[in-house]
Design a protein around this ligand. Structure first.
Ligand code: UTP
Length: 286
């Protein structure tokens, strides 16, 4: 039902300097897999067939990562390391069409998503922010897809946030709530503690109807010179229902150092090949 996914990866990644000077933040690995690959796999696993990266000229390594590397593959075949081939060129990527659209100026998330319009056309589509990493039995995007199938309305993933940190997020004003599904009344980008309409914040997974593009086009630059996706959603709300789905699972904000390290430790402790050693190391350090 959702065949296209947009992954905005053109941001500067300033919080990860100097690591993000030559390596895109999205290519930093959690253990042995770059952040962006976790998001691409999440999209493919709900049936997405086209991945649309909104990228910048410096981030050529993302394209290189998803291109098939024939030379390395034949070397692995020759040295009989066949089990490594799927790690190098995963089979699940073979049928996927990857698009790379340049965002010449980094004018915000809304500006980035608008760049996908030509490829997305009139179809509903997913947006995944690769620096938010999710782990759950049913993936975050799959939880949104269940809602979209029932409502055919745009739906965004949300979770509860400590009020002290609310100023970092898009925050919803909830309307009618049925179990984990909320009808959104209003949405505000990075409100102050006092002005936040709730403690329910947007996290990096969305499914949109193509009508969002009309509102992105009519959204003005904000005080910081960015076109905010949140502001376009606010306008969309005046014409259509938009739902929020309370995400059920673990979330790591890998755009921040704390979240990145947390995700690395959590995954290391679940990785059979290293978990026992890592437990010992942590005990020694603590
Ligand atoms: P962030 O604000 O978290 O990423 O944007 P950033 O700007 O790269 O990081 P900092 O704040 O400087 O450390 C969320 C996502 O939106 C993309 C980013 O690449 C990231 O995946 N983005 C952001 C764009 O593609 N274009 C933009 O103009 C802004």
């Amino acid at each position: 039902m959702i065949k296209k996914a947009v992954l905005p990866v053109a941001g500067f990644g300033t919080r990860f300097l100097p690591a993000s000077k030559a390596i895109p933040k999205e290519m930093l690995p959690i253990i042995d897999k770059p952040l962006v690959q976790y998001a691409v796999e999440e999209a493919i696993n709900i049936g997405v067939e086209e991945i649309i990266f909104i990228t910048s000229p410096e981030k050529f390594s993302i394209k290189k990562h998803f291109d098939t590397n024939h030379g390395f593959e034949s070397r692995l075949k020759n040295s009989k390391k066949l089990e490594m081939i799927d790690r190098l060129n995963p089979k699940i990527f073979k049928e996927i069409k990857f698009h790379y659209i340049l965002q010449e100026e980094q004018n915000g998330l809304g500006h980035a998503v608008l760049h996908a319009e030509k490829v997305v056309g009139k179809d509903p589509f997913a947006v995944l922010l690769p620096d938010d990493l999710f782990f759950s039995k049913k993936s975050c995007l799959s939880q949104l897809l269940d809602i979209y199938k029932k409502t055919e309305s745009s739906v965004i993933a949300v979770n509860k946030i400590d009020k002290e940190n609310i100023h970092k997020y898009g925050v919803i004003k909830p309307g009618e709530i049925k179990e984990k599904l909320i009808k959104i009344e209003d949405i505000v980008e990075k409100p102050s503690y006092e002005e936040a309409p709730s403690d329910i914040a947007v996290c990096g997974r969305y499914i949109f109807n193509a009508s969002i593009f009309k509102f992105l086009k009519s959204t003005n630059f904000d005080k910081s010179g960015e076109i905010q996706l949140t502001d376009a959603i606010k306008k969309l709300l005046q014409e259509e229902r938009v739902y929020a789905s309370i995400y059920d699972g673990e979330k790591f904000d890998c755009g921040s150092k704390k979240g990145f390290v947390h995700a690395t430790i959590a995954l290391a402790l679940r990785n059979e090949s290293i978990s026992e050693d890592i437990k010992k190391i942590i005990k020694e350090i603590v």
